[in-house]
Design a protein around this ligand. Structure first.
Ligand SMILES: C[S@@+](CC[C@H](N)C(=O)[O-])C[C@H]1O[C@@H](n2cnc3c(N)ncnc32)[C@H](O)[C@@H]1O
Length: 350
């Protein structure tokens, strides 16, 4: 069952997690995860499974990771698109979006499947302009692979435009300064190291009176595990370096941290909503199978070391989530943020 808990409900979870963070945030993890943007980009030749991990809200039952990352297996699945539609519907309700025919919407971190951009187009077919922004310039090449006629037509008619820029680099965003009515960003901020700066830059992009809507996982044990495995010296030498490793920067777990960041930047009517997504594996074997799927193709382990590798995968994951017995339960924590830039800009901008 998915719990949408308020801050009170989350307090115990924070305490328990704090210990795990100490163990998980080893500097060696950061050596791997904190890849410089240039090496990150130069390493991109294919897209890893985790890049497509999608949040599927409103689920009524416990489920395995396999179900949650259905989209990983079927890259353009209806399920994932449905999750993006849910996000846009939530934006519409929270921010009272009605007619966007005169609005410019920007999708920050649009990704190669353009799920969120396409969800906006399907919910608001008359949107004035949609800017799909991503730091990865080759994503534009992928538009032709997207099986979505409406999306393709909107590209042809120049309603959808593409912008290769980094939300952490203000200079790369100058063209759009103060010109955007609505910024959305779904499932991106966990790849952003300086989230505070990215939030400031979103403020800078918005027109006075504009809206921002963000959704990201700020605590995902699977990502932590993935980074930890990548950084283990005995296994890292077997990584296929032609594969893209998405960076992961977990968010700050303090209550209302990002709400306060948004307010200090100048946003008003800031709302944050934390979502706990509990997941369970019935036994070790099921868990290990799921973990193996996530790293499929990334490691070239010699056959004689396979058993040892599998043992480490499972043990590492169980240590991270603090699981000692079956079933194996853990929680992914996601965060929605909705905010409005005041009509008369109060914060100093440069
Ligand atoms: C999980 S994917 C995209 C998810 C997509 N928004 C959706 O709704 O399905 C995350 C994307 O964020 C992009 N990204 C990560 N850091 C970024 C940054 N600093 N600036 C712009 N894009 C970024 C990545 O290149 C990647 O395409």
């Amino acid at each position: 069952m998915i719990n949408c808990l308020g801050s009170e409900g989350l307090e115990p979870c924070y305490d328990a997690r704090a210990k795990q963070w100490d163990a998980c945030r080893l500097s060696e993890i950061h050596n791997v995860v904190k890849m410089t943007k240039s090496s990150y980009l130069s390493n991109i030749t294919s897209v890893p499974l985790l890049d497509s991990l999608q949040f599927v809200p409103n689920r009524s039952e416990f489920q395995t990771l396999k179900n949650l990352i259905h989209s990983v297996i079927e890259m353009d699945s209806d399920l994932t698109f449905g999750a993006a539609i849910n996000f846009v519907t939530k934006c519409k309700n929270e921010l009272k979006w009605e007619d966007l025919s005169k609005d410019t919407v920007m999708d920050v971190g649009c990704g190669y499947n353009f799920y969120c951009s396409r969800a906006i187009l399907h919910q608001f077919p008359n949107v004035g302009r949609l800017i799909a922004l991503d730091m990865h310039p080759s994503i534009i090449m992928k538009t032709r692979l997207v099986r979505d006629e409406m999306f393709k037509n909107k590209i042809m008619s120049n309603i959808v435009q593409y912008c290769a820029a980094d939300i952490e680099i203000r200079d790369s965003l100058q063209t759009y300064k103060g010109s955007i009515d609505k910024v959305v960003s779904r499932n991106v901020f966990h790849q952003i190291e300086n989230k505070e700066l990215a939030i400031e830059n979103i403020y800078h992009l918005l027109k006075p009176g504009g809206d921002a809507a963000l959704l990201f996982f700020f605590d995902n044990p699977i990502f932590t595990w993935y980074c930890k495995i990548m950084s283990m010296e005995k296994w890292s030498k077997y990584i296929d370096t032609t594969k893209l490793i998405s960076p992961y920067f977990p968010g700050k777990l303090e209550k209302d941290y990002y709400k306060n960041v948004m307010q200090s930047v100048g946003f008003q009517e800031v709302r944050s909503e934390i979502i706990n997504i509990p997941l369970v594996y019935r036994n070790d074997e099921i868990c290990l199978n799921e973990l193996l799927q996530i790293i499929e193709g990334i490691f070239n382990i010699p056959p004689e070391r396979n058993d040892e590798f599998k043992c480490d995968l499972l043990e590492c994951f169980k240590n991270i989530i603090g699981s000692k017995s079956e079933p194996i339960c853990y929680t992914i924590v996601g965060l929605f943020l909705f905010a409005v830039k005041p009509s008369i800009s109060l914060a100093s901008e440069n």
